[in-house]
Design a protein around this ligand. Sequence first.
Ligand SMILES: [Zn+2]
Length: 402
Amino acid sequence: MFEKEMAQLRELYRQGLYQPEFYSRRIPGEGCFADYEAFTKIPFMYKGEIRGTTAYERTTAKKDEVYGIFSSSGTTGNKTYYVYSKKDKQVHEEFVKSFYTELGIRPDDLGGVFAPVDTGVMAHTMMWQYTTMGAGYVNCPEPSPENMIDVVSTLPVTVIATRPNVVCTIAANPEFVEKAQKSSVKKMLMGGGFLSSERRKLIERIWGADCYNMFGMSEMFGPMAGECRQKDGQHYLEQYLMIEVIDPETKKPVKEGEIGIAVYTTLWDKGFPLLRYWTDDLMVIDRSPCKCGSRHPRLRYKGRMADCMQIEGKYVFPEELENCLMKHGFYFDYEARQEQDGIRVRIEKEPDQEVPLQMQQEIKDIFQLDTTIEFVAPRQLGYRGHGPRFITAALGRMDGSE
Ligand SMILES: [Zn+2]
């Protein structure tokens, strides 16, 4: 298991990639990479430890090898900065070319980046992905419904990169939907959260475009995994990224094809190397052949541990609730709290929107516990497109990535 990866890691060790104390304190010697069994003795790396160090305490990149310094989005406190090396930029380009050649992104495309441009890496990697494909791009750093429609009505934007909830905000305005459909937008590249099947249908319907699910994280870059035209799991380049899928209870690898926590190890001389990085992402790895012909494995991201409920030994994900709500025309925000006496679900709705009895029953069926449903006005829940949708008092937030 992971024999090739262990050989790559031994080589990186010999090159001195893990010399900074941040790494060396967890690796007593090269023997840690002798085989996978030895590798599993290396303690997991948690977000909290990263926050306790500066960007330059986690890198061996020399000053002339630095491409830039970027950060997490900072939604959960102070920003964490990461050194991105020129090599990281090259590796990013390899990922991008692998995913977007398949999706047909070309030099004559004009990409839209509907995300705030700050030190956060997300918007930057979205820009790099277009330039890597030789395409042009335009930024829409405040993607309100009005601003998005203005950009696509006045410019020949063909592809949009953003978070899934951002492009849905035009759904309630028929005039905006008509303009979106008349625009030249043909493809949507979604990142920064899960994409439920019903949300994908909604986006494809209101924008008249094909919607693809991409996956990334600030600690590496985006996209680090991406859907092909089959829209059935996200391929990743396993020669650069090793993903262990770990049982959160036993901390041992799950059986092939089972769900667990993704633990990432990067396999190149990365500016900020990840070594058994525990991210809180729940996923399944699929190594079966894909209809697209790609030999790369696929990951299926299910959501975050901090954003799911465990009810009678079973995981319940926001995606299930979202699929139900969207199917019944509830496109705004929602949340669910696990409380002492059951589940409290809060859903945003328009004042005159009717609530189907069928939907209420389906929500109760999802949680299988006493479920109270409340409705509030749009934009009351304060969800910023990134925080947890499910709040579980007992579990609390595990130390996940941003
Ligand atoms: Zn495929």
